[in-house]
Write a protein that binds this ligand. Structure first.
Ligand SMILES: NC(=O)c1ccc[n+]([C@@H]2O[C@H](COP(=O)([O-])OP(=O)(O)OC[C@H]3O[C@@H](n4cnc5c(N)ncnc54)[C@H](O)[C@@H]3O)[C@@H](O)[C@H]2O)c1
Length: 520
């Protein structure tokens, strides 16, 4: 498995946008006593961005910045194309060793990876918070998600496999055999730097496919090649090389629909296999009979949590016309109480956007919303403090099909829209290009099952009385249409990391043909 991460401070992948070519002379946070805990993770002023059994890298040196104050954290030496080439070769070799290890033994190594993560969970969570900007509890939650997926994968390592099917021919066995696809490339998005990698790597590893940091030590302790989990920090150049590379048996891409489409087309061009986890434009629908004690905190968490930078963030809130004004007033009150601050302070609920570019996109979207007929009920401005902070924003009065409502702006802007009847609002839920997550709030049992049914939500995640975000790892995660159709994590997502062979074995002395065909 080869993980592509946007230039990382050795452990985590911030976006290309928040990394800049080195040159800044400001003191790095990693060298300041307040951030001495970064050393606990082995981070230095300059960190290697390549791992293939050995740490290295000979590409561009970039600096990674903290979005809460825009101060430089550390530098990373990224992968060059030569590093990439060497890493793929080593990963392919390592796969030969890994594929021979029985799945439950692979599961045991994944269990140790989960334990190693558990031991560093707080400090890793702090690093996520420092580098990505999400609040500390969410940073820790992300590492917890990786731990959970490891536990899940351990159990799965004794359960994956195909059925023995009844053969129509006497003396024949019809068996479904599942084998690892080989080398899995993983390209991750900035907003879930740990979890997305974890979902992919833990499951892919138990499936027998040929990741880092702390993981490298577990692999080395188990005397298996470190290149099983390789790393190449980089941007579009390395990503494109992966997409075009015939040796990449599966390319799992998490990111925007725009880049995902380019990647998917490159992979398809070579008839390769891709797993796409792309953008969302998620809606919460609140009916008249909904319990507003559930609705307000759910909408707040889904729209404001992670500063609106989750793929499952609620961007559209459909309110029945009879409760519209009441819910907007209550929500605006809740928004006013959101504690804004440094993401690593335990009191903070709301941190910065990831980059300065994201702040520009936010301001641009607010402007477009106004031009298209929207009224800003609260928020809409940049917050006057260091870092990339913007106000969580509610916009009302837009038509359900306004262009800005149909656009995923990766920022905390919630469009509140009015509806009258179930049929129209289910249609409006589905009319956007994306199909990731969706929620209704109601007590009507018939409506709940219509929502889950063929004329209900067309999304991959279909919720009732809970927010659009915050999925559990046990279910399959992903969405339809422009979200890409991929599924990761739980249920039978493991099948995407394997190839299926239908095997027919004749253990008789005759040669009957299927469908009773006589060929004599
Ligand atoms: N569906 C999901 O599970 C999920 C999860 C997290 C994020 N997302 C989506 O990701 C987006 C935000 O993340 P982002 O800003 O990091 O996305 P992005 O598309 O800008 O970047 C994603 C990754 O693609 C790499 N990349 C850039 N150009 C490339 C190219 N030409 N070829 C190959 N790789 C290339 C980047 O280096 C990065 O690692 C949002 O749209 C969000 O909805 C989806």
């Amino acid at each position: 498995m080869l993980g592509l991460r946007r230039a990382a401070a050795a452990l985590l992948p911030p976006t290309a946008a928040c990394v800049r070519a080195s040159g800044s002379m400001a003191a790095l946070l990693v060298s300041q006593p307040r951030y001495a805990w970064l050393r606990e993770l082995g981070l230095e002023e300059e960190n290697p961005g390549v791992y293939n059994g050995r740490w290295g890298g000979s590409g561009e040196v970039v600096t990674t910045y903290c979005p809460a104050n825009n101060e430089p954290i550390a530098r990373v030496r990224q992968a060059s194309l030569e590093d990439y080439e060497e890493t793929v070769k080593k990963a392919k070799e390592a796969w030969k060793v890994w594929a021979d290890i029985p799945a439950p033994k692979r599961g045991e190594i994944v269990r140790q990876i989960g334990d190693a993560l558990r031991q560093k969970i707080k400090v890793l969570g702090s690093l996520v918070s420092l580098e990505m900007g999400k609040i500390f509890v969410e940073g820790v939650g992300e590492v917890q998600e990786y731990v959970d997926v490891c536990d899940y994968a351990v159990g799965l390592s004794r359960m994956i496999g195909g059925p023995i099917l009844p053969s129509e021919r006497p003396g024949h066995a019809l068996i479904e055999q599942w084998n690892p696809v080989g080398l899995v490339g993983i390209i991750t998005a900035f907003n879930f730097p740990v979890a997305v990698y974890g979902w992919n790597s833990a499951i892919a590893m138990i499936c027998g496919n040929a990741c880092l940091w702390i993981i490298a030590k577990v692999l080395e302790d188990n005397k298996v090649p470190g290149a099983i989990c390789s790393l190449a920090c980089g941007g579009a150049e390395i990503g494109t090389a992966m997409a075009r590379d015939e040796r990449m048996d599966l390319l799992s891409f998490t990111g925007s629909t725009k880049v995902g489409k380019q990647v998917a087309l490159m992979v398809q061009e070579r008839f390769g296999r891709s797993l796409l986890e792309l953008g969302g434009n998620n809606a919460i629908i609140v009916f008249e009979d909904a319990d507003l004690n559930l609705v307000i905190p759910s909408a707040l968490f889904a729209a404001v949590g992670t500063a609106g930078q989750r793929c499952t963030t609620a961007r559209r809130l459909f309110l029945h016309e009879n409760i519209h004004d009441e819910v907007v007033a209550k929500l605006a009150k809740a928004y006013a109480q959101v504690r804004i601050g440094d993401p690593w302070d335990s009191d903070t609920l709301y941190g910065p956007l990831h980059t300065k570019e994201a702040v520009k996109m936010y301001l641009d979207a607010v402007e477009q919303a106004k031009q298209q007929g929207g009224s800003v009920v609260c928020g809409g401005k940049v917050i006057n403090r260091p870092g990339n902070y913007v106000e969580p924003t509610i916009v009302t009065g837009l038509p359900h099909n306004a262009p800005i409502v149909h656009t995923e702006t990766f920022a905390p802007i919630l469009y509140v829209l009015k509806f009258k009847v179930e049929e129209e609002v289910f249609t409006w839920n589905n009319e956007v290009k994306q199909g990731l997550s969706s929620s209704i709030f109601t007590k009507d049992l018939g409506r709940i099952f219509r929502w889950l049914g063929p004329k209900g939500s067309d999304c991959g995640i279909v919720n009732v009385n809970i927010p659009t975000s915050g999925a559990e790892i046990g279910g399959a995660f992903g969405g339809e249409k422009h979200t890409g159709g991929g599924r990761e994590s739980g249920s039978d997502s493991w099948k995407l990391y394997m190839r299926r062979s239908t095997c027919t074995i004749n253990y008789s002395k005759d040669l009957p043909l299927a469908q009773g065909i006589k060929f004599q």
